[in-house]
Design a protein around this ligand. Structure first.
Ligand SMILES: [Fe+2]
Length: 352
């Protein structure tokens, strides 16, 4: 008999690029994990990123205050957290979805995001500015998120998502002019204010923008091809969530992923261990991910996507030319200045 819940959730994931599992964990289990994570934070944050120390990452607001701590690769550091993830990997519905979506998976990251509660507004320019700008990650990547605290309303740092955008032809970070940091800060902000097709595209696509809202113990899975970002945090939310990045194991990682040591692996629950060890490779185009990737096509000439991308390419070209000219001009001005100073001092010496 077909599990109709699994069927419905798979349909939702295929349609929206994300799917939610409500009340997946009882609050008591989550609270145990929170205690462990907080203990880990207090103990290891002072040693963060020192030689051989734990890896942390920080985000800051425009005033330079820390808004978010990311504790990276917590494998084996918080047993209650590991048990929670094991449950996602073994529960018939969530593991069923992962199997349909990606076959055998491999992990890229196992991170906690912990908000400080500092005011974190969105950038002020562009037709669709967003904290951690709208983007896609590497093709084929999947994110499994476990909410350790409530995040039920907008403007509390939820994962920002635009449903259905996994079917779009490209990544907005690389192809649009939606907001800063334009081209990792290399583009001219003039083009974020002055663009026609990108404004239209933003208006059209943002109609379906939402956030991964939910309660402590909810789980959501999204395809990283779904345009996503992070919502502003304007009301002091100090929430936490566990974010696990993974791939179908036949798709290569986009970067180097350090293997988890055997010593740590042995402390993990069995299915968690399994997804960190080599497994038989998925073969053929049989997963939902294969189907989605195959369905993505380049933008057609008459589509808004095509013209928005062309507008971005034009902006990139002009930005590059202006920056090259500026750097050439400043370098030469510096040279002329030094030469003039040398000549003037020589003339002064002669006079003297
Ligand atoms: Fe991302």
């Amino acid at each position: 008999m077909v599990n109709s819940n699994l069927e419905n959730l798979t349909e939702e994931l295929e349609r929206d690029g994300c799917v939610f599992f409500r009340n997946f964990f009882p609050p008591t289990i989550i609270e145990k994990a929170i205690l462990e994570v907080n203990e880990y934070y207090d103990l290891y944050k002072p040693k963060a990123n020192t030689a051989g120390g734990p890896a942390f990452m920080e985000w800051k607001n425009p005033a330079g205050e820390k808004t978010l701590d990311v504790m990276l690769d917590l494998y084996g550091k918080c047993p209650a957290l590991d048990t929670i993830f094991e449950k996602v990997l073994t529960d018939p519905t969530s593991s069923g979805i992962l199997q349909i979506l990606a076959g055998n998976i491999k992990l890229r990251g196992y991170n906690i995001q912990r908000f400080t509660g500092a005011y974190d507004p969105p950038p002020a320019i562009g037709p669709a500015p967003m904290n951690h700008e709208w983007h896609r990650d590497a093709r084929g990547e999947i994110n499994i998120a476990i909410m350790l605290t409530d995040c039920e309303k907008p403007e509390n740092g939820a994962t920002a998502l635009i449903k259905g955008t996994h079917k779009f032809p490209y990544c907005p970070r690389k192809n649009c002019l939606f907001g800063p940091p334009y081209n990792f800060g290399k583009g001219l902000s003039f083009f974020l204010k002055n663009n026609f097709f990108n404004r239209l595209l933003a208006k059209k696509t943002l109609k379906n923008a939402t956030g991964a809202y939910g309660k402590k113990g909810d789980v959501y899975i999204f395809l990283n091809d779904t345009w996503h970002g992070r919502q502003p945090n304007l009301h002091g939310n100090k929430g936490m969530r566990l974010m696990i990045g993974c791939f179908p194991n036949d798709i290569p990682y986009p970067d180097i992923v350090k293997p988890v040591s055997g010593e740590i692996l042995n402390t993990l629950p069995p299915t968690f261990q399994k997804v960190l060890r080599p497994q038989p490779l998925n073969t053929g185009n049989r997963t939902l991910m294969d189907k989605i990737i195959l369905s993505q096509t380049p933008p057609k000439l008459l589509s808004l996507f095509y013209w928005a991308r062309l507008e971005r390419k034009f902006a990139d070209l002009i930005s590059l030319e202006v920056k090259l000219f500026y750097s050439f001009y400043t370098k030469n001005m510096q040279r002329v200045k030094s030469k003039s100073v040398r000549l003037l001092s020589k003339a002064a010496q002669k006079k003297g």
